[in-house]
Design a protein around this ligand. Structure first.
Ligand SMILES: CCCCCCCCCCCCCC(=O)SCCNC(=O)CCNC(=O)[C@H](O)C(C)(C)COP(=O)(O)OP(=O)(O)OC[C@H]1O[C@@H](n2cnc3c(N)ncnc32)[C@H](O)[C@@H]1OP(=O)(O)O
Length: 460
């Protein structure tokens, strides 16, 4: 077959892929596209505007001090009250689970919704240096019902060469019956106030909808592991002229991992993993600087998960490759976050895993030329994530999702990840930054292994 023909066949396959896999959940997909002046809240906030030509990077607002910040929250309607949701109290953690389970992010046709378990939420919200005061809820005074939530956790970010003390904002949620009443801006102002009171002035957040102004945009991709179930749930469709059996065969994977020395990550590996990770991450333009304690939390789980009898029940799964000399040459991790199937279906959940952090020594030292180093890295990542597919399948995962961030575009196609229809936009609060490559072509939304992403953060 000529190269031209091969290329057009490949393009056709990619197109088919993008049509068939993944009704990706799109956060804030309810937001209609708006003209820039219609962002009534966001145009009052220290964020870059759409039309702005960034001249230099740095904070937007002039430096304030915590004393300049109001001591009390904005008032709510008299029937509601501000509360801290205590994630150490199972009953309150359950109320948050309930709110998110019924009102958080859904796909476009409301057929799937993220199902963050209590275990997951405790891990996500109680990372080192967490504060109860940053788990902000709104309750109905009379019934005590939790109807809205927003959270922050502390993070030490790097934006290119600058280190920025920040928070990561997540789990913004308003009960469906209270939507479109401008409660979200009040929650955002309140979390900003509480974070500013701690002398922190910047934040990282992400979402599926466009607001002013993404610093980077990545795309979701999906690798079916149980095509039959995904098809039955309506998560994946059948491409023209194919049968379910053919698709199942296409996505079949081996039953055992291939890398010699691959095993679960243990606490004793953390120092080595940290050194490896720091080196690997520093090539990105947006990444988090983790302490060893943070790495332990994010890769091994909180104490509750570390103490689980069956480690397969952990929402975070991490693995290392150890060579004959006892050196850790690679690590890779994924987290598990099911979707609840909302419509009447034989299946109640889709078991979804998301590729999380990884690092490898491959391509770091030898060979020295860039093209060769990339080939070595690509080859290793195909092996490493290839084994993740097997490990995830063994845990009963139906689909592995990955963004086009990190070095993912090097292996996505080889490992049969298909383009989803969801994007993830990354935002910085009170910080102007030049755009950061998200691994996709801005015009077509397709990924390209030549154009690698510079985004090294992964958000839950
Ligand atoms: C220094 C520290 C700083 C800390 C703060 C940093 C910033 C953090 C920012 C938050 C990062 C969150 C990260 C995550 O958790 S992303 C996950 C977001 N959650 C969901 O998608 C769950 C399902 N949806 C809902 O619960 C509601 O629809 C939400 C709560 C999203 C909006 O409620 P509602 O639909 O009832 O709307 P409203 O009438 O109250 O308000 C309308 C205004 O809100 C703006 N809006 C809507 N959705 C989002 C969104 N996802 N990020 C930022 N802004 C958003 C919108 O443009 C409009 O403003 P403007 O267009 O008029 O200007």
């Amino acid at each position: 077959m000529s190269d031209d023909k091969k290329e057009s066949l490949q393009k056709l396959q990619q197109l088919l892929q993008s049509l068939q896999v993944g009704q990706q959940v799109s956060e804030t997909s309810s937001l209609p596209p708006k003209k820039k002046d219609e962002y009534k809240f966001w145009k009052t906030q220290p964020v870059a505007s759409f039309e702005e030509k960034i001249q230099s990077e740095g904070p937007i607002d002039e430096r304030k001090t915590p004393d300049d910040i109001a001591d009390s929250p904005l008032p709510l309607l008299s029937s509601f009250e501000w509360v801290n949701v205590d994630m150490e109290d199972d009953h309150q953690a359950d109320q948050l689970y309930d709110l998110l389970c019924n009102h958080y992010v859904e796909d476009k046709d409301s057929s799937l919704r993220f199902q963050y378990s209590q275990k997951f939420l405790k891990w996500a919200l109680k990372s080192p240096r967490w504060k109860k005061d940053w788990h902000v809820g709104v309750r109905v005074k009379e019934s005590g019902k939790l109807v809205a939530f927003i959270s922050a956790i502390p993070v030490n970010l790097s934006v290119r060469e600058k280190k920025i003390e920040s928070v990561e904002i997540n789990f913004l949620c308003v009960h469906k019956q209270l939507r479109s009443k401008r409660l979200a801006p009040i929650l955002i102002k309140e979390i900003t106030r509480r974070v500013n009171k701690c002398d922190i002035w910047h934040a990282l957040y992400s979402g599926g909808g466009v607001i002013p102004t993404p610093v980077s945009t990545c795309r979701y991709t999906h690798r079916p592991l149980n095509f039959g179930k995904l098809y039955e749930c309506g998560f994946s469709g059948l491409p023209h002229n194919t049968t379910k059996e053919q698709m199942i065969a296409r996505y079949t994977i081996g039953s055992s991992t291939k890398l010699t020395g691959l095993r679960s990550l243990e606490s004793k590996d953390l120092d080595q993993v940290k050194t490896l990770f720091d080196t690997f991450q520093s090539k990105y333009e947006l990444y988090q600087n983790f302490t060893t304690e943070e790495l332990e939390h994010w890769l091994l789980g909180d104490k509750e998960q570390q103490n689980l009898e069956n480690q397969n029940d952990k929402v975070i799964q991490s693995f290392v490759v150890e060579n004959d000399s006892g050196e850790i040459t690679d690590f890779v991790s994924f987290y598990i976050l099911p979707f609840g199937v909302l419509q009447d279906n034989v299946h109640k959940t889709v078991n979804v895993a998301y590729l999380f952090y990884y690092a490898t020594t491959a391509g770091l030292k030898e060979p020295s030329d860039d093209i060769e180093a990339t080939k070595v890295l690509k080859h290793r990542l195909i092996e490493l994530v290839g084994d993740v597919l097997v490990l995830a399948k063994q845990l009963g995962i139906d689909v592995l999702n990955a963004l086009t961030s990190q070095d993912n575009t090097l292996f996505l196609q080889d490992l049969k990840f298909g383009l989803g229809d969801g994007y993830l936009h990354f935002y910085l609060f009170n910080y102007r930054a030049f755009p950061i490559d998200g691994g996709i072509d801005k015009e077509t939304g397709k990924f390209d292994e030549i154009k690698r992403s510079k985004v090294g953060v992964v958000m839950l």
